[in-house]
Ligand binder design. Structure first.
Ligand code: AMP
Ligand code: MG
Length: 444
């Protein structure tokens, strides 16, 4: 591929490829398995113990020799004498021989000699005097002297074999896996108490604009509340990174530079600046990016998403360059360009290999129009089934509506959207009924 010329209008893919080209995962650290939610494995994880580690009972009942029960019928039960009680967490001290059984709890280790468990529901307990208790009562209370078995059980019945879930030494998870709650349970359950995961990338977020105010500041006659700082920091956190608040800079080069250098000093892997990226008289962000590093690309054929700049800055301690993104100030453009370019880069830094949002096919319920020559990412909502899942037509397509006004300042439409619909560069409009690709967004 030819290196993108500085003045070209780049496609979304070319821009993303150029951004991702130099990005490698940040270093790894060892942390407790229980603290690894959302972290990405740097090493494969193998089971330290088999699961289960020994044959155990799947039911409350009696550990038996299966062949002792072959003749058992509902009205012609066989009788076994009880030689012990096996509890979970205690090594069994009894051996099961012909004609005997041990009461056993769910999860307790199968005693030697036994090869099956009869669930308590299929038994009647007998006391010392041979008097029967309630059929199939729960297996609590004093240990019966004997029990009747009303049904034959097969060898291995109600027994979980050693290693039937997982064998010790088996690779359970590969590098690049993001740890979910289930993955944490699996790894912990296989006896692995710590894992090597990539640290969370550190991402500095700087809002700019003389009109942009902190939440505790009066707006005055010409101020607006800061939407992008909090919004972008939340996107950073949701992408699996640690957000660093670099505050709100005025439209003065020294202020922008001071805050960006502050981010570099505290070890940011990525710097995101919102606003001030155009070529207006007060737009100092490109100059700031050139002062701390260089600008590698700008002008991408995307809507919303103008203006956008990407570059790198040098890390004081050497190592991989810091990625620097200049995002548009309009809040919807800022959020959408984050989705398209920043989120994939953060995910790669975090160690993930799945970088993009899940894609799907959809059909437009509303006609749409846009500028020709740029790919549009429209904010849309999907029709839903009663259970909340997306409603699909006979061809499997999700039916989508425009979420609201498509202006790059319309935050209400962004907040109600659950997907971005992708309208190709070549189209300046599409009728209702047209087939389009969508990207699902997190709506949680
Ligand atoms: P700019 O890219 O700096 O020219 O800003 C474009 C538009 O986005 C202007 O209307 C700004 O007031 C608005 N804007 C810029 N930064 C923010 C922010 N942090 N929060 C809300 N609106 C912003
Ligand atoms: Mg501005």
């Amino acid at each position: 591929m030819r290196a993108p010329a500085f003045t070209d209008l780049l496609s979304v893919e070319a821009a993303r490829d150029a951004i991702l080209a130099g990005v490698v995962p940040v270093e790894a650290e060892r942390i407790a398995t229980g603290a690894a939610l959302g972290r990405v494995l740097a090493d494969p994880v193998s089971a330290r113990v088999s699961l289960p580690p020994w044959p155990n009972s799947a039911m409350d009942g009696y550990a038996v020799i299966a062949s002792d029960t072959t003749a058992a019928r509902e009205d012609a039960p066989i009788e076994l004498s009880i030689v012990g009680d096996v509890r979970a967490g205690v090594a069994p001290s009894v051996i099961i021989r012909r004609g005997t059984a041990a009461r056993i709890a769910t999860g307790a280790r199968l005693p030697e000699g036994a090869d099956a468990v009869v669930p308590v529901e299929l038994t009647t307990p007998l006391d010392q005097a041979g008097r029967p208790g309630d059929r199939g009562r729960d297996a609590t209370g004093p240990l019966p002297a004997a029990c009747r078995v009303h049904e034959a059980v097969p060898i291995g019945g109600s027994v979980r074999d050693e290693g039937s879930d997982l064998r010790a030494g088996t690779t359970m998870l590969e590098p690049g896996t993001a740890m979910t709650a289930a993955a944490i349970a699996l790894v912990a359950g296989a006896g692995v108490s710590a894992v090597r995961v990539h640290r969370r990338p550190r991402v500095g977020v700087l809002a700019t604009g003389d009109e942009v105010r902190r939440p505790d500041e009066p707006l005055g006659p010409a101020g607006i509340p800061d939407a992008n700082g909090p919004g972008l920091r939340a996107q950073v956190t949701a992408a699996g990174a640690e957000a660093i608040d670099l505050g709100i800079a005025s439209d003065e080069l020294p202020d922008v530079l001071k805050r960006l250098r502050g981010g570099i000093e505290v070890g940011a892997d990525v710097l995101i600046v919102s606003g001030g990226v155009s070529v207006g008289p007060y737009d100092v962000v490109k100059t700031a990016m050139e002062t701390i590093g260089r600008v590698d690309l700008w002008r991408v054929a995307v809507q919303p998403g103008k203006p956008f700049a990407f570059g790198v800055a040098t890390r004081p301690d050497g190592g991989a360059p810091i990625l620097v993104f200049g995002l548009p100030g309009n809040p919807v453009s800022s959020a959408v360009t984050f989705e398209l370019f920043v989120r994939p880069a953060i995910r790669r830094l975090a160690g993930r290999t799945d970088l993009l949002r899940p894609a799907d096919r959809a059909v437009l319920a509303d006609p749409v129009s846009k500028g020709r020559g740029r790919r549009a990412f429209l904010r849309v909502t999907a029709d839903r089934e009663n259970d909340g899942g997306p409603l699909r037509d006979e061809r499997g397509r999700v039916r989508i509506h425009l979420a609201g006004g498509q202006g790059s300042h319309v935050l209400s439409a962004l907040a109600s959207a659950d997907a971005l619909a992708i309208i190709p560069e070549a189209n300046d409009s599409l009728p209702a009924g047209a087939d389009v690709a969508i990207w699902w967004l997190d709506t949680a």
